[in-house]
Write a protein that binds this ligand. Structure first.
Ligand code: SER
Length: 315
């Protein structure tokens, strides 16, 4: 069987996607590629390489006879602002390498875009699939440009590259960091460990979010959908749950009654303000059957159970 390559395999999404792919397609058919971060004790095929290095990518693709790539390498919105040039280099040149190799080797490619591709001029409620994209972070600029590049490669070379605009992903295997929506992960980490959380966005901040299991299922479903169903070639809107930061705190208090959350908004508030509150995902539903399963209560329960087990905390 031809292999699946996951780049950014030890990031927030890769850490959860790789085991699911291993389970589904066999541990010997999934190549996990990391660069700086490699999970300790990782079980499976491992390659260490920088996605900006086309030769390394090319030799991995040839070595394993790779057929499908999930190209997850990316710096997120907050980390991206530290050095916009490095962010452009990693996010764009890594993608361009994969797309070019995709044409050469006839690969099927998944690449994630984000709600960060939108900006302050985008309608914030029920954000349409086709709308204004004027992002104000370098991360968002790379997602916007990347969407255009994916669509172009599909038109020009018939490359089968598929994408979704992930909302904030709420997950537990990797610690929060680097993103604006990560407040909704950090609240679980700090809340469970210390009973306190200092939140960097205002209590009434609403952002689109999604539990990791829904994101992983949607990603694989998109990749398995028949070719003729894929009508959107820049990136599909997908949605699950939108809530105020204070609503999440209230839900979490059902599990941690002594939890104290204080609000101390910083620069990240401005990024949050530039993104949608709710997303219209009707095209993804229609074209390839996207649907989510986790609501706020179910997601909160899953996060608490998983992290309690991970941290060895009794309920
Ligand atoms: N989670 C990302 C961020 O906050 C959004 O795609 O940067």
């Amino acid at each position: 069987m031809k292999k699946i390559l996951v780049t950014g395999a030890f990031g927030q999404i890769g850490s959860e996607l790789v085991p699911v792919l291993q389970e589904k397609f066999g541990i010997d058919n999934v190549v996990a590629m990391g660069h700086q971060t490699i999970a300790e004790g990782f079980d499976g095929i491992l390659e260490r390489a920088d996605a900006r290095n086309k030769e390394s990518l090319s030799s991995i693709i040839k070595k394993y006879n790779v057929e499908t790539v999930y190209h997850l390498v990316s710096l997120l919105s907050v980390k991206g602002e530290i050095d916009p040039s490095v962010t452009w280099d990693i996010n764009m040149n890594g993608l361009k390498n994969i797309l070019d190799l995709g044409v050469e080797h006839k690969l099927k490619i998944f690449w994630p875009s984000s709600i960060a591709a939108f900006g302050p001029s985008t309608p914030r409620d029920n954000t349409p699939q086709h709308t204004i994209l004027e992002p104000t972070t370098i991360y968002g600029v790379t997602k916007y440009a990347g969407e255009g590049l994916c669509r172009y490669y599909n038109i020009k070379y018939r490359l089968d590259v598929r994408s979704v605009r992930y909302p904030g992903i709420i997950s537990w295997k990797t610690p929060p960091g680097g993103g604006t929506t990560d407040y909704a992960v950090a609240i679980f980490y700090d809340g469970l460990k210390t009973g306190k959380y200092k939140c960097f966005v205002k209590p009434d901040t609403v952002l689109p979010m999604m539990y990791i299991d829904d994101a992983i299922k949607g990603t694989i479903d998109l990749m398995e959908a028949p070719l003729e169903n894929i009508k959107v070639r820049n990136s599909y809107n997908i949605a699950a749950i939108s809530f105020e930061a204070q609503e999440l705190a209230k839900e979490l208090k059902k599990h941690i009654p002594h939890l104290v959350v204080i609000y101390d908004p910083d620069k990240r508030q401005l990024i949050a303000n530039s993104w949608p509150k709710t997303i219209d995902d009707s095209e993804a539903k229609k074209d390839w059957g996207w649907k989510h399963e986790y609501d706020l209560a179910k997601m909160t329960r899953a996060m608490v159970e998983n992290l309690r087990r991970e941290f060895g905390i009794k309920s």
